[in-house]
Design a protein around this ligand. Structure first.
Ligand SMILES: *Cc1c(COP(=O)(O)O)cnc(C)c1O
Length: 367
């Protein structure tokens, strides 16, 4: 009686909403209008309202959202942007695209997010922005980060790609800095059936610039006021996201209940469990534990039919793509230890409590 518990089953989100999604598909197909139409406009209004922000601009993916925010802020060559050393590489690529230099900073080991004390030390006369990542769905400690930014006149950009509905001291991701980049990659808490992303901000100027940049630098068709890009959220994806957005809080609640179940059931095992400081509300994009014997644990769980993932196996500074930064092994010991030890257990709104119990039981036998 072997188990079969996938790390994440994306098909279930379609199954739950297929009637509405199929209807939306036909509505968009019948409209004859497939790029930058009503669905995108309505989704932008609805997602801005959900975040409690004034503006939302749909773009092609989360990486472009972050890149366009920095372009809109005028960040470029000669500038520095402070980023966490342990993040998905997209955060760092977005900085590199602008021509600026990413300055990597160690995270706090207990929350995996930027350590404000180390951020302060990394500020130089070239620093233009701080780019905290709400990694795994828990917010970075934004008050001290915003205080440092104010003191040095820096912009704050949230990487909210894993933080749809995450809140910090009662305010949602998307309103915790100058602008935020969201991703709607299928596996995110709010995911499309393809690539998508959005910029969320209370700054009307940034929103306006991103709107022009995403569409060939054009406000009026065939008039190009600046060197722009082609990175737009598609109508079809926006129509689906509007349906899924109505479910997001419920789905995040279900993740929270499963996370509580995990936290309770895994207590006492030889694992480091996620911490949830009271300043933030976790949306459990990922449920990440640490084990000194991670690879072995992952193998044993796989042999028992339980899918897990590692977020992420190689830190960005040790990727060949970032070799030019000259940051060798040993530069970021906390980040490197995190990458050696983290394991993401199955998590999602359609995972069953009985499946979580099976993961707990199996982990108990493996450790
Ligand atoms: C997914 C993700 C991104 C990039 O989003 P895409 O839509 O895949 O481009 C950026 N940062 C983090 C932390 C992510 O998890």
């Amino acid at each position: 009686m072997s188990l079969s518990i996938p790390f994440l089953n994306l098909r279930s989100t379609y199954d739950e909403l297929s009637a509405e999604i199929d209807q939306a598909y036909h509505r968009v197909m019948d409209s004859g209008w497939y790029i930058l139409g009503n669905e995108v406009t309505l989704f932008e209004q609805e997602f801005a309202a959900y975040c409690g922000a004034e503006h939302c601009v749909g773009v092609g993916n989360g990486l472009d959202a972050l890149h366009l925010i920095m372009r809109a802020m005028g960040i470029g060559e000669g500038d520095e942007v402070i980023v966490p050393a342990n993040t998905y590489i997209a955060t760092i690529l977005a900085v590199i695209y602008t021509g600026a230099t990413p300055v990597l900073v160690e995270p706090s080991l207990n929350t995996y997010t930027l350590n404000p004390a180390l951020v302060e030390k990394a500020v130089t006369s070239r620093t233009k922005a701080i780019l905290p990542v709400h990694l795994y769905g828990f917010p970075a400690d934004m008050d001290p980060i915003n205080a440092i930014a104010r003191e040095h006149s820096l912009k704050v950009i949230e990487d909210a790609a894993q933080a749809h509905g995450t809140s910090y001291r009662g305010r949602r991701a998307g309103t915790l800095g100058d602008a935020a980049g969201f991703s709607f990659y299928p596996g995110k808490n709010l995911g499309a059936f393809g690539d998508g992303g959005a910029v969320v901000t209370n700054d009307g100027e940034i929103a306006d610039r991103v709107r022009v940049l995403r569409n060939y630098g054009s406000r009026v068709k065939y008039q190009n006021e600046t060197i722009g890009y082609n990175t737009r959220l598609d109508e079809m994806h926006a129509a689906v996201l509007r349906i899924k957005l109505r479910k997001l809080d419920e789905w995040n609640d279900r993740r929270r209940a499963l996370a509580d179940y995990y936290l309770n059931g895994l207590k006492g095992l030889d694992l480091v469990l996620p911490e949830v400081p009271s300043f933030g509300e976790h949306i459990w994009h990922l449920f990440v534990v640490r084990s000194a014997d991670r690879d072995n644990l992952q193998k044993k769980l796989a042999a028992a039919g339980i899918g897990t993932m590692i977020h992420y196996p190689i830190p960005p500074h040790l990727q060949p793509a970032c070799a030019y930064l000259g940051l060798s092994q040993g530069t970021f010991p906390i980040t490197e230890a995190i990458h050696r030890e983290v394991l993401s257990l199955p998590m999602g709104p359609h995972l069953l409590q009985s499946e979580v119990q099976s993961v707990i039981d199996t982990a108990g036998r493996c450790l």
